[in-house]
Write a new protein. Sequence first.
Length: 76
Amino acid sequence: MTTTIHTEDLIKFILDNPNRMIEARLCIDNVGATHFIYFNGKKVFDEGIDGENRAISKDELLKNYHNNFWVINNIV
């Protein structure tokens, strides 16, 4: 069974693992969208299915996905 976590927990996980690429699947109903998320110690970088790699704050990430759940697929 795959464990889903809330966006707040994903952010905590990302911040606790700086300089690691987190591959996480955003779960919306029965659809998943993979994101590659990286924290360099200062900024969070999020590359979604559109291929755009954008620097965002943890607050923006929470605002954009406040009611969503994720599955962490891989940590590199």
